[in-house]
Ligand binder design. Sequence first.
Ligand code: 6MZ
Length: 361
Amino acid sequence: MEWCVSMPKIELHAHLNGSIRDSTLLELARELGDKGVIVFSDVEHVILKNDRALSEVFKLFDLIHIITTDHKTVTRITKEVVEDFAADNVVYLELRTTPKRNDSKGMSKRSYLEAVLEGLRYVNSVEVDLSHKLKPDISTQSHAVDDKCNGTGSKKIYVRLLLSIDRRETAEAAMETVNLALEMRDSGVVGIDLSGNPIIGEWLTFLPALEFAKKQGLPITLHCGEVPNPDEIHAMLDFLPRRIGHACCFGDDDWNLLKRLKIPVEICLTSNLRTETIASVDIHHFGDLYKSNHPLILCTDDSGVFSTSLSAEYLLASSTFGLGKKEMFELSEKAIEFIFACDGVKRELQMTFATALKKLN
Ligand code: 6MZ
């Protein structure tokens, strides 16, 4: 496990509310139990359960949202999630979350996002870079970069945010999220994600907001083919998103189109296994995509819900598909190409990886 941990890594598919520590969820649930809002003993086993079908995962998210959706808690979980990724030597994190309106808590989508940004400011175990702008003198950066990846967690983490549209939302709510992302572009928001229970909602509902986002130059990633839905998969690929997540239920035509379009795939092995969207890891499409040299990125999806980490995902891919440290390092480094942040960040990350490679050799 150790080399997977000490290697710098890039996380591009992590849902904030799916990445919460079990200990924090239990603590928060206990507090709500004490206040009589929920019955703690009813939710404790749900939180601690490990194997869940996809439909059960979305029930768990509804429970998590009851527990976490107030400003103070959103700030707390954001801080902890970023610190946990940094401790796993994630050097660039694209964290996605669904801005939520909750009138009973005085919460708007904007104030939800502000609570997330507040959480990033509270991170103290690691320096957080949230700025879009390339620092004028790269050479002054190099010693900060040099000091990363020493096996005790990264010293600096780039964090960028993707705002998620939940498939339960209306066309108007989706547009509100896109407008919020556009307003907050200088505050670390770099793109839009479409996610949520894949058996709910229609692609056409979200298309106007997604097309508007695209026109405004906001990169988009779509949860695509998490369940069998050939028409939607085709429509999503035709939309030409910058990346897609999962791609578990693709038919031959879909694979051909995806490969022709060279759309990068965010691969979430443990998530797909736990939710049984893939029967066993050895037949996961990671194997074929890797062999075909198709762009792909290993990701966690919901490290809290599925009890995983990015290092664990690298180890699982390595042991299942017979890939050595060198191949895994190259896979991790290749993810730089697919991040939504600007070229300046890409150049700095390339330096990070070059420095880490010297140390690992
Ligand atoms: C689709 C998922 C997901 O946004 O509240 N989410 N959507 N497929 C998945 N595979 C398991 N895992 C998480 O984080 C939780 C939300 O992310 C989406 C769901 O909409 C879930 O409610 P945020 O921070």
